[in-house]
Design a protein around this ligand. Structure first.
Ligand code: FE2
Length: 444
């Protein structure tokens, strides 16, 4: 079966199955896709960071950038991500207008300076139904940074003749050192941005509202970015809308069922580990990210459950424990409701490790549960886990009811702003106009 056939089947079949593999293609195993590339993926160590970047089937192996500029090397679609320690590293991803430029350089420095240089990496992936046969990605991996520090940067590079092309200079802030006192650590939580118009302006507006309420240190995305993960024109719209915020704030993504494990998705959002099941400390939070729609459905049990137990065991001392995945274990939504299969295997692990907050999407409405343990409502947030669905920043709204576990439910567009410090976490939900839907303060 060819890659084109597989993608066509996915487009016809929609998103219901949850086990589709849009990233797999006929070139798996390294055969040539016809453009001179081997499309079987590959791995490249990033020496200054102590990790490696792996591309998937449908992409060519990552390589060091080189001094070549194409016809229009203007950078666009800049967005930040995390692969290493958020206190000392930052991953920067971008495209160029021509998709042929190979220069992949980041100039950066403390404060207003851009006096340091790191040579980035580049790779391409195949896509169909797009203006070009393939999409070229550039990534710069900055490591050895100082915690709690503002950095300036620009991306681009030079060709062999000395011609240069650079983005404007932007800034980001590294995460505070572990245990550092100071301002609240701010996290925006948003998801389900696939829209019906292809403009993605609702997503852009709501992400902008997060940044206008409080400058986020991190954005957590709960899945379903585009209507199908293989549709590159929608990812382009998604990133154009997101760029003003995400070029200064890192985003961490949990795969939703609409991503369909597409090579487009994994190529555009570098993340720790296998990009599916990973955990990281950021500010006073430990965040465990799970893929509840993996290519192999059995991975939910065979990878997800042991990973979550291991990750939360290692994070036992974290001030706040947060789990992020797409399909809710508790929901009063009319369309999907609670996913009882996930609840059966993951909720006991959440209970055992006394997770504070589980963040989901998938149901396009807002719902917060009362504190739960063992499926029973508890008297306080110190005795149980709060589950929140903040699902829809552009996708069509779904009706929602109430259950015995419901603290508040509403059919509304929604996003969260979480402000956390040791001993105190405040969660505020907003609708698309910026009006407050809900607020909860946890103390311990
Ligand atoms: Fe979904």
């Amino acid at each position: 079966m060819t890659r084109a056939t597989i993608i066509l089947l996915l487009l016809v079949g929609g998103c219901g199955g949850g086990t589709s593999g849009g990233g797999q293609d006929a070139a798996a195993g390294g055969s040539d896709g016809g453009g001179g590339y081997a499309w079987g993926g590959g791995t490249l160590p990033i020496p200054q960071c102590g990790y490696a970047i792996t591309t998937r089937d449908g992409a060519n192996p990552p390589a060091q950038g080189s001094p070549m500029l194409g016809a229009d090397p203007t950078p666009w679609g800049l967005h930040l991500g995390l692969v290493g320690d958020p206190t000392t590293s930052m991953a920067i991803t971008w495209r160029t207008n021509d998709d042929t430029t190979l220069a992949s350089t980041v100039q950066y420095g403390v404060g207003d300076k851009t006096d340091q240089t790191v040579e980035g990496i580049t790779f391409a992936y195949q896509t169909l139904g797009y203006s070009k046969d393939s999409v070229r990605i550039h990534q710069g991996h900055l490591c050895g940074l100082m915690p709690g520090t503002t950095y300036s940067y620009r991306v681009g590079g030079k060709d062999a003749s000395g011609k240069e092309a650079w983005s404007p200079v932007y800034q980001f802030h590294t995460a505070p050192a572990k245990g550092a006192a100071g301002a609240d650590f701010v996290v925006g939580v948003i998801g389900d941005t696939r829209d019906q118009t292809g403009k993605y302006d609702q997503w852009g507006t709501m992400l902008g509202r997060i940044a206008s309420i409080a400058t986020p240190d991190l954005v957590l995305f709960s899945g379903d970015g585009t209507s199908l993960g293989t549709i590159q024109v929608e990812w382009d719209a998604f990133l154009k809308q997101a760029e003003p915020v995400l070029r200064q704030t890192p985003l961490v993504f949990a795969q939703g069922n609409h991503e369909i494990s597409a090579v487009n998705y994994y190529s555009q959002f570098p993340m720790p580990g296998d990009q599916e099941f990973f955990g990281f400390d950021d500010g006073p939070l430990h965040v465990s990210v799970l893929d509840d729609t993996p290519m192999m459905a059995s991975d939910v049990m065979t990878k997800g459950t042991p990973f979550l137990d291991h990750d939360l065991t290692a994070a036992a001392g974290a001030p706040w424990k947060v789990v992020l995945h797409h399909r809710p274990m508790y929901s009063s939504g009319i369309l999907h409701g609670s996913n009882l299969d996930l609840r059966a295997i993951w909720a006991p692990v959440v209970d055992a490790h006394q997770v504070d907050l589980v963040l989901n999407g998938h149901e396009h409405n807002y719902e917060r549960t009362k504190p739960l343990r063992g499926g029973k409502v508890q008297a306080s947030t110190t005795m149980g886990t709060t589950y929140v669905v903040a699902g829809s920043a552009g996708a069509p709204l779904y009706a929602v009811g109430t259950s015995d576990f419901t603290a508040l439910s509403k059919k509304a567009y929604s996003f969260l702003v979480v402000k956390a410090r040791v001993g105190n976490l405040t969660l505020t939900a907003y609708d698309d106009t910026g009006a407050v839907l809900d607020t909860l303060t946890m103390m311990k």
